[in-house]
Design a protein around this ligand. Structure first.
Ligand SMILES: Cc1ncc(COP(=O)(O)O)c(C=O)c1O
Length: 398
């Protein structure tokens, strides 16, 4: 078998299951999971209707490129959302639909890396684990940039040695970040584009949480938007990854896209024809309906806003919890080691949170997730509030 498979780490949830198996939760309290980042708000009915109305399309093979109407809807959404110059994102050459960003991160990395020895894929730390696994399976080495309170959870790119940029073929951004909720700002994006010109690396920006934010007047900026501000209409060396999973509460639709530099998307499309993950046509039609509507996304955000306001108010007197810039995660500091905190919370309150050390790696002598837990506020408002009270009780009992 592929020797690189041995480099893959257990998934954070496997570690969490083992941690929880050592204790028993109280039987009189219902379990509340704040550990898994799976949206729980209902899927929009107008989207599921399109899906079911088109089940006859099951008898057609979908193409890798998808139907033109989907790429057109995606390009239109990107133009509106990220203030791109009209017509600059060509649906034919600058957009590829994918079966969710997870698959896109993995497959794009395989297509992008040229397997020169000593190649680095640079990513934030803590991070979404697929960046790491995709890197190893592409024959490259991950290089982690620590994100902590000192740098407002955005890597200090100025401190990255030149020798790292010289070996970097692919830089992953995660903005808004899982797990910290931090957004990478416009100036930083522009600086990174200049670095990618200088050292000739690709920037892949995972923006799958871009539509979960709190201030309607301040949507998170994106990498294509930074290109547009710089007048780079060819989006050279830049791609973004977006998804309907969080934006539209459709994690089961497996629908997203990669958009950006056409010169990168030609070989990526070729890779995908072999990779074999074309989106079913009825999913494409449903996706068009979702990308063309913002009403349900506004409603989705207002539900998250209510939950964050309530939970932060309950927890902030006893814990260091900051309202994130965006995303549906709280990245809370723990008064004891994060794994012990998660285990003790489960044992005493039947609430599950994810230890931060499980989603980070030691780099430069620091494990940036240590002493933090990730809480995903995906359950109902009532459940999130109940969980917050139980977490508060637990912290007060320590
Ligand atoms: C940072 C990040 N990227 C990508 C994904 C994958 O999402 P999907 O494949 O549903 O688009 C997730 C899912 O949790 C995530 O947290």
């Amino acid at each position: 078998m592929n020797r690189d498979l041995s480099l893959l780490q257990p998934y954070p949830f496997e570690k969490l299951t083992a941690l929880k198996a050592q204790v028993s939760p109280p039987e009189d309290l219902e379990h509340i999971a704040l550990s898994i980042g799976e949206p729980k708000h209902p899927a929009p009915e107008f989207v599921t209707e399109v899906l079911t109305d088109n089940l006859a399309r099951l008898s057609n093979y979908p193409t890798t490129k998808g139907i033109p109407e989907l790429s057109e809807a995606i390009a239109g959404w990107c133009e509106r959302r990220f203030k791109l110059q009209a017509g600059s994102l060509d649906p034919k050459t600058n957009v590829i639909p994918v079966n969710g960003t997870r698959e896109a991160i993995f497959s794009f990395t395989q297509a992008a890396i040229d397997r020169r020895p000593d190649t680095l894929v640079v990513s934030p730390n803590p991070f979404y684990q697929i960046y790491e696994g995709a890197t190893y399976l592409a024959g490259a080495e991950p290089y982690y940039l620590n994100c902590n309170a000192d740098n407002n959870f955005v890597p200090d790119y100025d401190a990255v040695p030149e020798s790292v940029w010289q070996r970097c073929q692919l830089l992953y951004l995660c903005s808004p970040s899982n797990p910290t909720g931090a957004v990478t700002g416009m100036q930083t994006l522009k600086k990174l584009i200049a670095l990618s010109d200088k050292y000739d690396f690709i920037i892949a920006s995972d923006e799958c949480y871009s539509e979960i934010y709190f201030d309607e007047a301040k949507p998170p900026v994106g990498l294509l938007q930074a290109c547009a501000e710089l007048g780079r209409d060819d989006y050279k060396n830049c791609v973004v990854m977006h998804s309907l999973s969080k934006r539209s509460n459709l994690p089961g639709l497996r629908s997203g896209f990669v958009a950006g530099d056409a010169a990168l998307l030609v070989p990526y499309l070729q890779y995908r024809t072999y990779h074999g993950s074309a989106m079913p046509i009825q999913h494409q039609l449903a996706s068009i309906a979702a990308w063309n509507d913002e009403e349900h996304v506004l409603e989705n955000r207002s539900q998250y806003r209510r939950k964050f306001d309530a939970v932060v108010e309950i927890l902030s007197p006893v814990m260091d919890v900051q309202h994130p810039d965006a995303s549906f995660y709280l990245w809370a500091a723990t008064p004891i080691a994060d794994d012990l905190f998660a285990q003790g919370l489960f044992a005493s309150q039947n609430v599950t949170v994810l230890p931060g050390s499980y989603v980070s790696r030691e780099a430069e002598g620091i494990l940036p997730g240590a002493g933090r837990v990730r809480m995903a506020l995906v359950a109902t408002l009532e459940e999130c509030v109940e969980a917050a009270h139980r977490i508060r009780n637990y912290v007060e009992s320590l």
